[in-house]
Design a protein around this ligand. Structure first.
Ligand code: SF4
Ligand code: SF4
Length: 452
């Protein structure tokens, strides 16, 4: 971790632990119920208060403090829990601290009462949706294996009806990875998403767990083997490096032509920050070091990262007398954060786009470099393709921003180049299709629709 922990850290609290009302096939977190076999998985009022008290105490006097909930499914706690969170935040925030309430949800339990509450307290809501119906329902199913698209759409309607600020959290997986443009146009045009995070699904498995995982588990989450970051096999639901690169390029080619400055795609913002030479970038996976995004379990256990809620990465318990800031600043957490850079294989250190990629998240570094060194990221091919593809555009935007101008000029740059392009020329995204049938088309007629 770089810089002072007090300035940069962020905690995602899991008030229901891993408990969720859905059973998404790719969810690595559901099996974490096994870490707490006798628990009822509800954050107590004592732990809740300790969390808020310590969170504000651990931040600088003039900081914006993010009070963040995710899961499992945090809305299972009910509205009262979040009303209390707002009260506790008001009680413990310093006079110059500001509060940002955030919640990540599958959206299926939201109703008008929720909508009014989230709007009143200006929550920023992360809504999990994987694209149009067929793609979303491929893996995002409930406990009975039933599709969830309609229920998520009802949740989205609640948010929009009440004017709640929301972000789309969209996984990139085997079912939607070949349809980047359709996914993006759906989020932008049908849902009106203004901020989008793409999350690649890499379900890392040991050979022993793979057959069960590939078969969709077939048992309840609590009976699955505990998911750990080990093994070098991946499930059929996982995205490949080549697919992920194509997906991002597909989206970028649309965004660059039409949406620069209007739609924020976290990966593109992060890339631009790197091309501008900034230290703090949005996505931890592409930061030089990490360790500043911790996970708090329902009982007060603080872990190094949401992806490492495993016994070996338990830092301590804030309800058992450990101070959150001490744990965040602990040698173990510092080592966790700096290892991200220190363990890069030579292949990454010599890579042209290392400054922007930084080797990706350590959890997915189970591939081998061409010269046989372990520790390469599973998605390396995609990262190389994407960061290489956007280099000229990122340089263009970075130059404009350094000159005090607007990055939106990238749209005009693309338009001028497109004006010279034949409609039957190959598309700039590298799909092999004609430009007029790909990014040169105003809308994708093949894109599935949400209209029911
Ligand atoms: S381990 Fe991965 S997900 Fe966790 S903070 Fe580091 S880069 Fe981010
Ligand atoms: S693109 Fe590949 S080689 Fe380059 S830094 Fe990223 S993971 Fe390493």
């Amino acid at each position: 971790m770089s810089g002072s922990a007090r300035e940069v850290f962020h905690v995602m609290a899991k008030p229901t632990g891993a408990v969720c009302n859905l059973d998404c096939e790719y969810c690595f977190f559901l099996s974490k119920e096994q870490l707490y076999p006798d628990s009822e998985f509800r954050m107590s009022t004592e732990v809740h208060e300790t969390y808020l008290q310590q969170l504000f105490a651990a931040h600088p006097a003039d900081a914006e403090v993010n009070v963040s909930y995710q899961g499992g499914e945090p809305t299972l706690m009910g509205l009262e829990f979040f009303a209390r969170s707002v009260e506790l935040a008001a009680r413990y925030a310093g006079p110059r601290q500001t509060v940002l309430h955030t919640i990540q949800t599958n959206g299926t339990l939201l109703d008008d009462e929720w909508g009014a509450f989230l709007a009143e307290h200006r929550f920023l809501v992360g809504l999990s949706i994987d694209g149009p119906r067929e793609m979303h329902d491929a893996y995002r199913v409930d406990k009975g294996g039933k599709p969830t698209f309609d229920r998520v759409l009802r949740g989205w309607e609640v948010l929009t009806r009440h004017g709640v600020e929301w972000n789309a959290l969209t996984t990139v997986n085997a079912a939607n990875a070949d349809h980047g443009l359709a996914v993006y146009r759906f989020l932008r045009d049908e849902l009106g998403a203004g901020f989008i995070q793409f999350i690649p699904i890499v379900e890392r498995m040991t050979p022993e767990m793979l057959p069960m995982a590939d078969a969709g588990w077939g048992v309840r989450a609590k009976d699955r083997p505990l998911y750990r970051q080990s093994g070098s096999a991946v499930t059929h639901r996982s995205v490949t490096g080549a697919q992920y690169g194509r997906f991002l390029i597909d989206v970028f080619e649309e965004w660059a032509r039409h949406d620069v400055s209007d739609v924020f795609v976290q990966m593109f913002d992060t890339a631009l920050a790197h091309w501008l030479g900034m230290d703090q970038v949005g996505l931890c996976v592409h930061a030089r070091t990490c360790g500043s995004a911790l996970a708090l379990e329902h009982n007060g256990d603080l872990y190094s990262c949401d992806h490492y809620v495993e016994p070996d990465y338990l830092l301590g318990n804030i309800a058992a007398g450990r101070m959150m800031l001490d744990l965040v600043d602990s040698p173990a957490q510092q080592a966790f954060g700096t290892a991200k850079f220190d363990t890069l294989p030579q292949y990454c250190l010599e890579c042209d786009v290392r400054f922007a990629c930084n080797g990706g998240c350590p959890k997915d570094r189970f591939a081998t470099t061409p010269d046989g060194e372990p520790g390469l990221h599973h998605l390396c091919a995609g990262y190389k393709a994407f960061f290489g593809h956007v280099d000229a555009s990122m340089r263009f935007m970075a130059d404009r921003l350094r000159a005090g101008q607007d990055a939106t000029a990238l749209r005009d740059w693309y338009a001028a180049a497109d004006a010279q392009r034949g409609r039957n020329d190959p598309c700039t995204c590298g799909s092999g299709r004609k430009f007029k049938k790909c990014h040169g088309a105003q809308a994708n007629p093949a894109a599935p629709t949400t209209k029911t």
